[in-house]
Design a protein around this ligand. Structure first.
Ligand code: ADP
Length: 586
């Protein structure tokens, strides 16, 4: 039975029972009322019979006591009593039953009526008192009437007494019924309510027990039978528990097989969970770490891990792990504090390989800068002397061409070395800026000599904005950026095109843009254009002239100024590079 059905029955059953019992009580009440009416009638009949005796006797005695001088008055009184006798007869007829004694009363009254009336009619003026036989007849009739009416009254009183007994019995029956109904109604309501409460509380107990079992990770009680709502909740609870179990199994499998080392530390900084990956990192079994203080393996990281507790964000940091074979393992840890569980949840991954690569890169850069730069500079000096020092002797045309080619190659190599060194300085944070306020016009004036020759050679016009707005930067570095951007614009544009240098301000930044009418850059390449060694092959054959390092240097230099660089391009229309630098009010 559904819960709502149970609750509805809880209200409806007592109501229906009450209605039924009320109808029963009402019927008993009506029966009692009828008995009361009957009792009243019986009583009234007794009174009527008494009245009848009195009126009949009065009319008879008036006739018997006729005297000549009061004859008229007596007649009138006689008639008056006779009238009452007749009225009582009518009332008796209407009220009394058809019992034999009532019939006898009616008969004697009728006889008295007829006799008295006949006497009145006969003795128009006087009743002959001396007629003894008449007097005797009246007296006899009177006695007979008294006897009949006494008998009738006795009978009627007996009947009345019986009626009283019936009424009392009915009254008792009514009282008992009312009491029984109230009791029955209360008992049924209470019994049914107790049953519903018992049933529901048993089901709630099962639900409570299941929740506790789920929280403790113990087995749930068997699913409830039935189709009510609580059984539905229990079924859903079982499904939920199943999903949770599956999820936690999956989670355990992920934790077990994850390449990352996942661990939890309690508020006293002791390992409370350690995933299997620790074996690979430390050469120790997870169980060995459980309960150990973090300082035993993460001595340098304890303070930083603790910071996660007070900070709103996760702590991400690099540290060394004390491994069993005494070789420190470089790891990156991300630590998160859970207030609810009073636990730090951490993920660590091995960054040894990445660090090795960085170290290799650094030593390669050192090698490039110091071991290559010096011989290339020496080569360039020698080649220059070969080309231009007459003391060495004149070169043949072929020799001159070869020397010039060699100078160009060495120059390219020198550019590459310089770019690499520049990038290295930027990456390692060695480069510091010498900031100053310089106008846009000044910057462009300084930049143009570096690109004008190339522009002239390709018949490219450079159109520039005229602005004396101040820009806060290290002018030599921004000139370096602009030379690269304008140089690219000229380099990749076909002859006869234009390059535009514009100045604008907005959002607290000054914006310098370099636009060209060149071939444009395809969308796929745009996203990686600022990455090292990126060259867009479709742009033009000019890409062979560089190494794809210029834009990365530009980006890093602009970012060092607290600014940014953006590119937009449309194939066949042109390309725009825009650098934004924070404005500084003068
Ligand atoms: P590079 O020294 O090779 O020019 P950059 O980093 O300056 O190196 O440029 C990277 C690549 O971006 C270039 O090789 C070229 O393919 C593309 N590029 C840069 N500027 C432009 C431009 N204005 N128009 C078309 N392509 C460009």
């Amino acid at each position: 039975m559904k819960l709502w059905q149970r609750l509805a029955l809880l209200a409806v059953i007592p109501l229906l029972l009450q209605c039924y019992l009320l109808t029963q009580v009402k019927a008993a009440q009506e029966e009692l009322d009828r008995a009361y009416v009957e009792e009243r009638r019986q009583k009234d009949v007794i009174i009527l019979i008494s009245k009848a005796i009195k009126s009949a006797m009065d009319s008879l005695s008036d006739i018997v006591s006729y005297k000549s001088k009061h004859v008229q008055l007596k007649k009138e009184r006689s008639l008056h009593h006779l009238g009452r006798v007749r009225k009582i007869r009518e009332e008796l007829k209407a009220m009394a039953g058809s019992e034999e004694y009532i019939q006898k009363v009616q008969d004697v009254l009728s006889e008295i009526d007829e006799t008295v009336q006949a006497t009145i009619d006969e003795d128009e003026n006087e009743v002959n008192l001396r007629d003894l036989s008449k007097t005797l007849r009246f007296t006899k009739l009177g006695r007979k009437a008294i006897a009949i009416m006494d008998y009738a009254q006795f009978q009627q009183e007996m009947k009345y007494k019986q009626m009283l007994v019936v009424v009392q019995a009915k009254r008792k029956h009514f009282d008992e019924m009312a009491l029984q109904s109230a009791f029955l109604c209360a008992a049924v309501s209470f019994g049914f309510a107790a049953y519903v409460i018992y049933l529901t509380s048993q089901q709630l107990k099962v639900l409570k027990k299941n929740s506790e079992n789920l929280a403790r990770g113990e087995k749930l009680l068997p699913p409830m039978r039935g189709s009510d709502e609580l059984a539905d909740v229990d079924r859903t609870f079982h499904l939920m528990a199943k999903s949770i179990k599956q999820l936690s199994e999956r989670e355990r499998a992920i934790l077990k097989n994850s390449g990352e080392w996942i661990f939890a530390i309690d508020s006293k900084l002791r390992f409370s969970f350690v995933s299997d990956a620790v074996e690979k990192l430390l050469g120790a079994k997870p169980e060995e770490l459980l309960g150990q203080h973090v300082t035993n393996v993460l001595a340098e990281a304890t303070e930083t891990i603790e910071k996660a507790r007070t900070s709103a964000t996760d702590q991400v940091f690099e540290t060394n792990l004390k491994s069993n074979n005494e070789v420190p393992v470089e790891i990156q840890i991300s630590a998160h504090w859970s207030d609810e569980e009073q636990t730090y949840f951490c993920i660590a991954h091995d960054i040894g390989a990445r660090k090795d690569l960085e170290r290799m890169k650094q030593s390669f850069m050192a090698m490039v800068s110091h071991d290559l730069r010096t011989p290339v500079s020496a080569n360039l000096l020698t080649l220059d002397l070969l080309k231009s020092d007459p003391a060495i002797g004149n070169l043949t045309d072929r020799g001159r061409t070869l020397v010039e080619r060699s100078i160009a190659s060495n120059n390219r190599l020198m550019f590459l070395i310089n770019d690499l060194l520049e990038l290295e300085r930027l990456d390692s944070g060695q480069l510091t800026l010498d900031m100053e306020l310089v106008t846009f016009n000044d910057l462009i004036d300084e930049t143009l000599p570096g690109v004008e020759m190339l522009a002239k050679a390709k018949d490219i016009t450079i159109e520039r904005d005229d602005s004396d707005r101040f820009i806060y930067c290290e002018s030599a570095r921004i000139v370096q950026v602009l030379v690269n951007l304008i140089g690219n614009a000229v380099k990749f544009s076909p002859s006869g095109k234009r390059v535009f240098l514009k100045y604008a301000e907005g959002g607290g930044y000054c914006k310098i843009s370099v636009s060209d009418e060149g071939p444009g850059i395809n969308k796929d390449s745009l996203s990686s254009i600022f990455d090292k060694f990126t060259q867009v092959k479709e742009a033009s054959g000019a890409h062979k002239q560089g190494f794809g390092l210029g834009l990365e240097i530009c980006k890093k230099l602009v970012e060092l100024h607290g600014g940014s660089i953006a590119v937009s391009s449309e194939l066949g229309v042109g390309t725009t590079f825009e650098i934004s630098l924070p404005l500084k009010e003068v």
